[in-house]
Design a protein around this ligand. Structure first.
Ligand code: SAM
Length: 253
């Protein structure tokens, strides 16, 4: 059994062909670390036209994904929703929780997944209520379908697989893992179009280099994503009681 097992449910399985074969995802599959397969939702239709969508009640633009094929597909891949179900079933949706590294790290502890890619104007709510465990968004914008968000999710999960990346340290040190951004990085040549690699990085003084990197990382985070530092501070600030007796509040007796 692979460390990570993902079934993707989509009306465009062909979109995943190259994605599943190339780069780290392809490597993880080849090495048997991950089993990932894309399934055509239309396999779970039972009419001549293999219909997966229908018009929304109450009117409005576009079509919605019908509940019957979705429920049939999810239940065939994961079983019915409930405490016995091993797989976590995720729907990609702009209305879901926004994806971040924290979610991926928590997800890395779970082995079985079914990832559902929405299309059209979205999904009949009953299918969500009856079969989906969580909804995940890629951000506050709307794409045409859940396939590209699903690829983002899969790649984020695969690269956390133990034993996949040559240097596990690179995962531990990169942006967001330590709740700050990674600072600037350089490779050869030492001078390129008059721009020089900082001397310290070529000095061989590992402790100095580590300190320089930490300072640059903090500086970049302060400039580019001050919200990350504020959140980090909020979490690490000791609660006021620990600093001494609490100030009496206006309404204390
Ligand atoms: N009418 C929907 C709404 O306003 O929330 C948008 C539907 S969108 C055109 C079709 C599908 O694309 C969604 O069901 C979802 O699977 C996917 N999708 C679009 N934007 C997304 C996002 N930001 N994150 C995750 N999935 C998204």
């Amino acid at each position: 059994m692979a460390d990570l097992e993902i079934d993707l449910l989509t009306i465009f399985p062909g979109l995943f062909d190259a994605f599943l074969d190339e780069s780290f995802v392809g490597m993880a599959r080849e090495r048997g670390l991950a089993r990932i397969a894309a399934h055509d939702l239309r396999e779970w239709t039972d009419d001549r036209h293999r219909t997966v969508d229908d018009a929304p009640y109450g009117g409005g633009p576009g079509m919605l994904m019908k509940p019957e094929p979705l429920i049939a597909g999810i239940e065939a891949l994961a079983g019915p929703k409930g405490p016995e179900r091993e797989a976590r079933v995720v729907l990609l949706s702009p209305q879901g929780r926004c994806l971040d590294q924290g979610w991926l790290e928590e997800a890395a502890r779970h082995q079985r997944w079914v990832i559902v890619c929405g299309r059209y104007e979205g999904v009949d709510q009953r299918a969500i209520d009856l079969a989906i465990d969580e909804e995940i968004s890629l951000g506050d914008y709307v794409l045409c379908g859940g396939e590209i968000p699903a690829m983002v999710l899969v790649e984020g999960m695969v690269r956390l697989l133990p034993g996949l990346l040559g240097n596990a340290e690179s995962v531990a040190k990169e942006s967001f893992t330590q709740e700050i951004l990674e600072g600037p990085q350089y490779t050869r040549p030492p001078i390129f179009r008059d721009l020089e690699v900082p001397e310290i990085l070529r000095s061989g003084h590992h402790a100095e280099i580590a300190r320089w990197r930490r300072e640059r990382a903090l500086e970049w985070t302060r400039l580019r994503r001050p919200d990350l530092l504020e959140r980090k501070l909020e979490r690490t600030d000791p609660p006021p009681e620990r600093n001494g007796p609490a100030e009496p509040s206006e309404d204390s007796e």
